[in-house]
Design a protein around this ligand. Structure first.
Ligand code: HEM
Ligand code: HEM
Length: 479
């Protein structure tokens, strides 16, 4: 009799444990989906603005009203892609990865929702402020008026707290590599955002160096580690094999942390900033090859011998392009930092090509790979094969055309200036390359429309066949 009571109690406990776990999984899936849906809408909006911007290079008199002038619309594009699209998507992915790889529920679902609201309020208010002409001036990627940047900072703090809380109560012994990168990224970005908001030193040359520090750390200590965190989780999961070397991943993390923060001055070579500061930035830009090549080798060696699998899996193809974008874009950055090459490329469209090779070819492709690998596991819903195919190829071909056009055009532009040709000659010489950028941009934008459809399928669409296959579930938290 007593045994039967104990068995019944055990069964009841198991049932209630299962339903608690199901509720946790559902909460995680809806948070993850909400971040991705919001990010996707920002991507669509921000890149529609990007198309308008690109068009204005060929037809400067198009849409001349104050609200659509280049000066207002450009920072709307850059801030909305940075803080609406990439930041929201990366934080949503980081939550999913932190909870799954730590085999624990999210520390606080409520905080995650609060963070989502704060991120969106900041992006919305920032966009409206910029369009009304309220702009913090000459500080790139922090043009939002400072009270709005405070809202973004609050969202960051909330996210950092929630991610750390989740990893702190992990049921695994080690902190999985991805979480080193994501927690490092959010903590570091809280520091960067505070430095960028404090008014001290923000005048004269002090302002210039803080601006370089902010710009490069925003890309290097925010987007980069969070995107690398996705690679470290999604690759082993999709390939059902552990990452090639955990130690190499940790080494790349620490070298990234040591070298990245000091390279901001390479944005202001030949400026009145102290020469030694510029030289230090160049030296550390070269040192960046260590984490970049170390990290990329780790990903490529994890993929070795599996080319056939890669070709049959679009999530893996997105990740492969992302890894190549990281390797090529960052290596290009090192070369760009040399004085001899800065002389040609600085202030030209070559830099815009570099920005899109990295923020698009690396970060955006990494996000897409992560979303296609992980969102179906969270929601049990899949995108269609046609949608995946069209998205991948239009985005890949479009961004290739975009980057190649600006890299060639930007080099010609720089050489024209060095050769002392009249400025207007460099504008004439750029014409064909601007058209190339426009064609690539339209393809990229079309791919985003397809992505919206795919995200809809993975969130609100019909339930698919996807349940986490046992092999993938086993790789969860693999290290
Ligand atoms: C349809 C896709 C896109 C188009 C057509 C597009 C177009 C443009 C244009 C025309 C500019 C202004 C360049 C200039 O001032 O010379 C620009 C700047 C920029 N865009 Fe995009 N963009 C797209 C997607 C993205 C995405 C997804 C991101 C980030 C994730 C991004 C990040 C940036 C950045 C960082 C800059 C500033 C570049 C610099 O100063 O070097 N763009 N974009
Ligand atoms: C780690 C190696 C990297 C190095 C050494 C490097 C170097 C550089 C240099 C020298 C410039 C300035 C170009 C100029 O003003 O003439 C630049 C601009 C830029 N880089 Fe990189 N880069 C690296 C990686 C990345 C990555 C991974 C990203 C994105 C995630 C990125 C995003 C950007 C952006 C958006 C700009 C334009 C900034 C502006 O508006 O002036 N870079 N980079």
């Amino acid at each position: 009799m007593a045994t039967r009571v104990v068995v019944a109690a055990d069964a009841a406990a198991t049932v209630s444990e299962t339903s608690v776990q199901e509720a946790d999984d559902r909460a995680l899936a809806s948070i993850f989906s909400a971040y991705i849906v919001a990010a996707t809408l920002w991507l669509l909006f921000a890149t529609a603005v990007g198309i308008l911007l690109a068009y204005k290079f060929g037809a400067p008199d198009f849409a001349p009203g104050a609200w659509l002038t280049f000066g207002r619309v450009r920072p709307i594009h850059t801030n909305a892609t940075f803080y609406g699209w990439a930041s929201l998507a990366l934080v949503g992915l980081a939550y999913y990865v932190a909870a799954r790889s730590s085999r624990t529920p999210l520390y606080s679902v409520k905080l995650a929702w609060i963070g989502l609201v704060l991120f969106n309020v900041a992006a919305l208010a920032g966009t409206v402020a910029l369009d009304l002409g309220y702009n913090d001036g000459n500080l790139e990627y922090r043009e939002w008026p400072w009270p709005i940047r405070l809202i973004f900072l609050a969202a960051l703090v909330v996210s950092a707290w929630n991610l750390i809380g989740t990893v702190a109560r992990r049921s695994t012994e080690d902190i999985y590599l991805s979480n080193w990168y994501t927690i490092g990224g959010v903590l570091w970005t809280c520091i960067i955002a505070i430095v960028a908001i404090l008014p001290w030193y923000q005048y004269g040359l002090g302002q210039v160096s803080v601006s370089g520090y902010y710009m490069h750390n925003a890309v290097g200590m925010w987007f980069t580690p969070l995107a690398l965190g996705i690679f470290y989780y999604a690759l082993p999961k999709l390939l059902s094999r552990p990452i090639y070397s955990y130690a190499l991943g940790v080494f790349a993390f620490w070298t990234n942390l040591v070298f990245y923060p000091i390279i901001g001055a390479h944005h202001f070579l030949f400026s009145p900033l102290p020469w030694w500061l510029q030289t230090t930035a160049i030296v550390f830009s070269v040192a960046m090859l260590v984490p970049v090549w170390g990290g990329s080798a780790n990903f490529l060696l994890t993929m070795r011998g599996r080319i056939r699998d890669m070709l049959h899996s679009y999530p893996l193809m997105f990740i492969l392009v992302g890894v190549i974008g990281y390797l090529v874009g960052s290596t290009q950055g090192t070369f760009e930092a040399f004085r001899s090459l800065q002389e040609v490329w600085h202030l030209t469209n070559f830099t815009v090509g570099h920005s899109h090779l990295t923020m698009y070819g690396f970060v955006t492709f990494a996000i897409w790979g992560g979303v296609y690998a992980l969102l179906p596991l969270a929601t049990g819903k899949e995108p269609g094969q046609l949608g995946l195919t069209v998205h991948f190829w239009t985005a890949a071909v479009g961004s290739f055309i975009y980057v190649i056009s600006l890299s060639i055009g930007g080099t010609i532009q720089g050489l024209d200036w060095i050769n002392g040709l009249p400025f207007i000659q460099s504008v004439v010489d750029m014409q064909a390359y601007y058209v190339g950028r426009g064609v690539g941009g339209v393809l990229m934008f079309l791919s985003h429309v397809v992505f919206v459809w795919n995200v809809w399928r993975m969130t609100y669409g019909p339930t698919g066949k996807t349940a986490p296959p046992p092999s993938l579930a086993a790789a969860e938290g693999a290290g």
